[in-house]
Design a protein around this ligand. Structure first.
Ligand code: NAD
Length: 349
């Protein structure tokens, strides 16, 4: 029996990626929709065969509690709404899959975790990269010291974020600019590859003066993460330059690179480990799979077999803690901020 999903928010990600991915899932299926736009929802419902009684507005959202076909609520709203809809969803007795970033503050993340615990429901943050086969292969190589010890990771996620009039450029809705939206991929993926938590971070923030897109949120952030093993990560994110979505792991006897690493499709894994001076890159062929389908089917497995998801609420909370430290550092002109490492990352699922 597939696990039934209600998807909340019919924006770009839902319409272009998640609903088509649900159709490819083996363990998950779409059973309900939640939207503030009844006309749009009617069209989407007809396209995906969802009956009118399984369509909800933000006002009738809490009535999901009376719909036994819905086991999971997938929250795909602007970041500032994640906490409220997670908490209300847990109170309605549903498991929650919530888009990244988990929320806009550590406090909200803690409230979300508490609400799900109290309701006896699971909470997963939708870090699709952690379910994607090539990135998982890199994790295996890094953690297995395939090319000796990892020394440095460089990660970049930049794109031109488009016109000023959008929620991503409003601090109250987005929480921040490039960092929580796309810089988060650098941060989360580095933590995922290494399986350890940074103990010191530092950041610099730059915004083009007069650019109407960046009156409330930052355009660019450069940040470093220092890990207990000695690994240093150097990360770059920006909302005002051409797309780059890549990282490279520098280890003692080789490097491993994903370029692109964070896109939905067309990911490419390369490595070089021939003797110095003869360096040749080689591509590692791994069949592409739909990251969103893998992620949802993982959560459905957890629901069916009563397991903790690989990216639970605590994973989102930890990123939020680090992002708050990065902003603190940026505000002080780049002074390093020390972090306590108090989460235990699961090794595998
Ligand atoms: P979007 O702007 O395309 O859609 C947002 C939806 O929320 C729209 O349907 C909009 O009508 C609705 N909404 C409700 N209240 C709103 C309000 N006050 N202001 C604006 N919109 C409101 O955004 P999106 O790109 O679909 O992003 C949604 C969430 O998904 C975000 O949290 C984002 O970070 C996340 N996301 C994740 C990925 C990924 O790869 N995992 C990719 C894109 C977006």
């Amino acid at each position: 029996q597939r696990v039934g999903y209600a998807v909340v928010g019919l924006g770009h990600l839902t319409l272009e990626e998640l609903l088509p991915a649900l159709a490819q899932c083996k363990k998950s299926k779409l059973v309900a929709l939640v939207s503030g736009d009844a006309d749009k929802m009617g069209k989407v419902a007809r396209q995906y065969g969802i009956a009118p009684q399984n369509c909800y507005s933000y006002q009738t959202y809490d009535n999901l509690k009376d719909n036994p076909a819905v086991e999971v609520i997938y929250i795909v709203l602007p970041n500032s709404m994640h906490a409220e809809y997670t908490i209300r969803g847990a109170r309605a007795g549903k498991h929650i899959l919530c888009e990244k970033p988990m929320a806009n503050s550590v406090k909200e993340c803690e409230q979300m975790i508490e609400a799900c615990q109290k309701a006896g429901k699971k909470l997963m943050i939708a870090y699709r990269i952690q379910y994607e086969p090539m990135n998982r292969k890199v994790q295996e190589m890094v953690r297995g010291n395939a090319f000796g010890k990892t020394k440095i990771i460089e990660a970049t996620n930049t794109q031109n974020q488009g016109p000023p009039d959008q929620w991503r450029h409003k601090k109250a809705l987005a929480g921040g600019g490039a960092l929580p939206d796309i810089g988060l991929y650098c941060l989360n993926t580095v933590r995922f590859l290494l399986g350890e938590e940074p103990t010191e971070v530092a950041a610099h923030q730059y915004t083009t003066p007069g650019d109407p897109r960046f009156t409330e949120v930052e355009e660019n952030m450069l940040f470093t993460l220092r890990f207990p093993s000695g690994v240093l990560a150097n990360c770059v994110t920006g909302y005002g330059s051409y797309t780059s979505k890549r990282y490279r792991v520098q280890a003692e006897t080789g490097w491993i690179q994903m370029d692109p690493a964070f896109s939905y499709h067309g990911l490419r894994l390369e490595r070089a480990h021939a003797p110095e001076g003869t360096q040749q890159r080689e591509q590692v062929g791994i069949a592409e799979k739909n990251q969103f389908a893998l992620e949802m089917d993982h959560f459905s497995d957890c629901v069916r077999h009563n397991q903790t998801p690989y990216t639970p609420g605590e994973e989102g909370l930890q990123d939020q803690r680090i992002m708050e430290a990065l902003y603190q550092s940026a505000r002080s002109g780049g002074k390093p901020v020390k972090l306590k490492s108090d989460t235990n990352k699961l090794d595998a699922f």
